[in-house]
Design a binder for this molecule. Structure first.
Ligand code: KG4
Ligand code: ZN
Length: 360
């Protein structure tokens, strides 16, 4: 089967062609993956402007899909199915991809499969490394999410816990903004931190303290994991962000590289500690880190080193598959098609969306 993947959940317009293989251990092969980033447009505003993002998706989607087909050396008639991100994300942006996917499929009587964006991020690991040793625990860490998923079997993703306030990538972006490093801030903080000392500025560890600050999300099944494990999977980054603001107001940035390195030590330390704590508690045979922040150099180094020390296989996608792309959506679409078949055409874009395996 050859599937066209479409991703427009935030500020990247992406399309990809992915095929199934005969190899059960490496079930998918990427034929093309095209990403048109709007980062240059949103940089001027210091963050993603939803209205501008959806208009830009409309302008770019046809060209991006045409390019994905031509890079793969196929025509529209050679496509067997379409996978598209249904959510979560910016609803106006998601709508462009969903409408395009439905129209493309309707014109050729093809099946469409609706994909959860985070299922896509998780399957980016399989695209790169082949099927994971299961059960696995996967940390999804991006601009919008910091969530830990338990993967007991192929295509099943169970939310163990997530951030109660800011996502880790959001904290990176806010600190970068405070330091005048531009948008998106993660890569800039990452690069500067490489040249700084990480023990110069003392910032508190982000710890979730107020049990009732936010409602638990709909797909968090409170009885599925013991409370002690759910607690390990709860993140909070707003305290760290406020501490960074206070420090900068009081002392100024000082050496910006040292500040970035110190901030990053706290974020990366928390992410890696929680990931391994949950993996240990749930008897995982492997761990993974996916999403935009998994491009971070220190995070990659630290998680791989920790895996070696603890003899735990660690998987991280290459940078090209870390940030938003459509190859991962195509892969998750193939998985879902094989397990549950196509989606009924009534599905719509959803800004918040529980994971499929928690809906059924
Ligand atoms: O997965 P992604 O492309 O989009 C979302 O679904 O959010 O992630 C984007 C996020 C941004 O917050 C960006 O600053 C962060 O990932 N990011 C990084 C790095 N590269 C991207 N954060 C830290 N270090 C990086 N190298
Ligand atoms: Zn993402």
């Amino acid at each position: 089967m050859r599937i066209l993947g479409i991703e427009t959940s935030c500020d990247e317009t992406a399309a990809a062609v992915v095929e199934t293989t005969d190899d059960l251990a490496r079930p998918w092969a990427v034929r093309s993956s095209v990403i048109s980033s709007q980062a240059d447009i949103h940089r001027e505003w210091g963050g993603v402007v939803p209205e501008i993002a959806s208009r830009q998706h409309v302008a770019d989607i046809c060209g991006v899909v045409e390019r994905a087909l031509s890079d793969a050396g196929v025509r529209a008639a050679d496509i067997d199915a379409v996978a598209v991100t249904q959510g979560p994300g910016l609803v106006g942006s998601l709508l462009v991809g969903v409408s395009f996917a439905k129209a493309f499929a309707a014109a050729r009587a093809l099946p469409v499969v609706a994909v959860h964006h985070l299922a896509g991020h998780i399957e980016s690991l399989v695209l790169e490394h082949g099927e994971l040793p299961l059960p696995a625990v996967v940390l999804v860490v991006s601009g919008g999410h910091t969530s830990l998923y338990f993967v007991p079997s192929r295509g099943v993703y169970r939310l163990v816990g997530q951030t109660r306030d800011d996502a880790a990538g959001e904290a990176y972006d806010k600190v970068a903004k405070l330091l005048g490093l531009g948008y998106p801030g993660g890569p800039a903080v990452d690069a500067l931190a490489e040249t700084g000392r990480d023990d110069v500025v003392s910032l508190p560890l982000p710890r979730f303290t107020h049990a009732d600050r936010n409602e638990a999300p709909a797909d968090l099944k409170v009885d599925e994991f013991p409370p002690s494990v759910r607690k390990m999977a709860e993140f909070s980054f707003s305290g760290l962000k406020s501490a960074a603001v206070r420090h900068l107001e009081k002392h100024g940035p000082g050496n910006v590289a040292d500040f970035c390195a110190s901030f990053q030590r706290v974020v990366v330390g928390t992410l890696v500690d929680r990931l391994f704590a949950v993996a240990g508690a749930l008897g995982a045979k492997s761990v993974g880190i996916v999403g935009g922040v998994s491009a971070n150099r220190r995070l990659r180094r630290d998680v791989l080193a920790r895996g070696q020390r603890e003899r735990m296989p660690v998987f991280v996608p290459p940078v090209s598959l870390s940030t938003d792309n459509a190859a991962m959506i195509a892969a998750a679409g193939l998985r879902r098609m094989a397990m549950q078949g196509a989606s009924p055409l009534e599905f719509n874009a959803q800004a918040t969306l529980p994971m499929a395996s928690d809906r059924s």
